[in-house]
Design a protein around this ligand. Sequence first.
Ligand SMILES: O=C(O)[C@@H](CO)OP(=O)(O)O
Ligand SMILES: [Mg+2]
Length: 426
Amino acid sequence: MIENVIGREILDSRGIPTVEAQIVLQDGTTARASVPSGASTGEFEALELRDQDAGRYLGKGVMKAVHHINHEIKEAIKGMDVSDIYAIDAAMLALDGSEDKIHLGANAILAVSLACAKTAAKAYHLPLYRFIGGINANRMPLPMMNILNGGAHAANTVDIQEFMIMPIGASDFQEGLRWCAEVFQTLKAILKKDGHITAVGDEGGFAPNLKNDEEAIEYILKAIEAAGYQAGSDFALALDAAASEWKSKDNDAYFLPKSKIRYTSEQLIERWEQLVQSYPIISIEDGLDEEDWEGWQELTKRLGKQIQLVGDDLFVTNTKRLSKGIKQHCANAILIKLNQIGSLSETMEAVKMAQEAGYRAIISHRSGESEDTTIADLAVALNTSQIKTGAPSRSERVAKYNQLLRIEEALGEHAICLKEKAVANR
Ligand SMILES: O=C(O)[C@@H](CO)OP(=O)(O)O
Ligand SMILES: [Mg+2]
């Protein structure tokens, strides 16, 4: 039974205040969880109480969220069974009463929702992935490791936000992660040799100033080869364009702010087709804007049988937007970010809806993270088969990978591994 609910303000990986919640049960069992936050946030995400202005320590929004946890939320869920996550979430949603969680703050609700799940797992003496997923939780995810950053995540000349490597030929998670780390380190050496900066972006990938997005891909392919692997069989590439950031407000066109190139929706689709033809790319996320539904239909028609098309800003982990997308045949996968929707139960419903419709679900971090590793457990618990959690140069990202290593060790011979080729349509 929930005895106490504590909210506190902590810092995220960008040094911006965020929310942590702690639950205490009657018998003293306690656990805590914290929430991340995005930079390239979708317009339709649930609303956090949070301030984002860089350069000033603004904690006002977070202070409000923390206050809500310590008062209204605590009163509403005190005495409830901590393992009944759906009931706890429902109580918080009813208390908030808004569509987008603006009253209590999606960050306040999510922090409590996750802290309850972690506390319940502890109370039952189960690892978090087992508490959430039961005996069904046995599939390790394939990493989508973002090793080169651009777009809104880096102050460089590259427009595409994320260039990711996926170790599709590795036989287990541990091996796949090691391969990725080797390629990451090799990429650093190659960039350095060519006189590029090797400073990293928000998600830990390098952020060099390159001629264009193609050069970024070429560097990654070079690194894969120099590390002793083959692109196409050992590794595949994945991109997150974050194209909602490119939508120009004055007309229907896309404007890429760094290369200063303008595209129509049709031209952008052609560009993705060309890139997929030229390189071993098996997944493109947010290739178009979050409201370009017609464009998404066309993109899915043209590339949906060949590669994974992931809706992030398009779906914002929201079952309403996802069901619209499924009906209209937009994309074939959804990126799952807990704070886009703001509670664990709603996140689980989004994953279920996707999987029932034959869409893949990919668990993801945010560009502003904390040391909380819940998403690692969730990837296994919900059998998502893929996880996006950055590069191994920043501890808030490494923490998730390390947790997955522990889970794979615990699953032992019963772990279902990467060989099943989570993504490959080709
Ligand atoms: O666009 C994305 O997929 C994410 C995470 O990689 O970035 P942000 O958290 O800034 O929205
Ligand atoms: Mg994205």
